[in-house]
Design a protein around this ligand. Structure first.
Ligand code: S3P
Length: 186
């Protein structure tokens, strides 16, 4: 049995796309925490924000990270805010392998400006491209104190297309294997 892998990072850092590919390569199950919440609560993240407010969403998110941490051999793509609320980061550090996907704010903002990206994310819905970049710069700066506590910090800039994503996932899989081997020897 392998401890869960938690992918953390800002919105648009590639947690879901890279995580899905990584799970394929490592033969693990993939869980997208937002999708898991949506299935469990029969509601979209946007609806949960609308009906229960952000605080309500954060409580659900906290409970669900505890639930998925029980599963074996999983790769979990967290939401961008997951490590920044409650004691979620401490919990993930003690229950699995945490990996921060490090991406510059300018690239995050470009990815988040793609069609459809803003509508499903309540925190950036309705922002112009300029407002988006300011929001990402500011938000990332505040969240870095949590993200950088991860056991592994991985540069996830190169995820432009399928072949880049496969290449990047292969690199990350190798880093994880080496890290887990040295962890087992300690
Ligand atoms: C959030 C990120 C979203 C989602 C929610 C809040 C955040 O997930 O959990 O909209 O606080 O950064 P993604 O990082 O997958 O977009």
């Amino acid at each position: 049995m392998n401890r869960p892998i938690f992918l953390i990072g800002y919105m648009g850092s590639g947690k879901s796309s890279l995580g899905r590919q990584l799970a394929r390569e490592m033969g693990r199950d993939f869980i997208d925490l937002d999708k898991y919440i949506e299935t469990r609560f029969h509601s979209t993240v946007k609806q949960i924000f609308d009906e229960r407010g952000e605080d309500g969403f954060r409580t659900i998110e906290r409970n669900m990270i505890h639930e998925v941490a029980e599963f074996q051999d999983v790769i979990v793509a967290c939401g961008g805010g997951t490590p920044c609320y409650y004691d979620n980061m401490d919990f993930m550090l003690s229950h699995g392998l945490t990996i921060y996907l490090d991406v510059q704010p300018e690239i995050l903002a470009l990815r988040l400006a793609l069609p459809g990206s803003r509508t499903k994310r309540p925190l950036i819905a309705g922002k112009s491209d300029k407002e988006l970049l300011d929001f990402v710069r500011d938000g990332l700066q505040k969240r870095l104190q949590h993200y950088t506590r991860a056991e592994i910090i991985f540069n996830a800039t190169h995820l432009l297309n399928k072949s880049e994503t496969i290449q990047t996932a292969l690199q990350l899989a190798q880093i994880i294997t080496e890290h887990e081997n040295s962890h087992m020897q300690q």
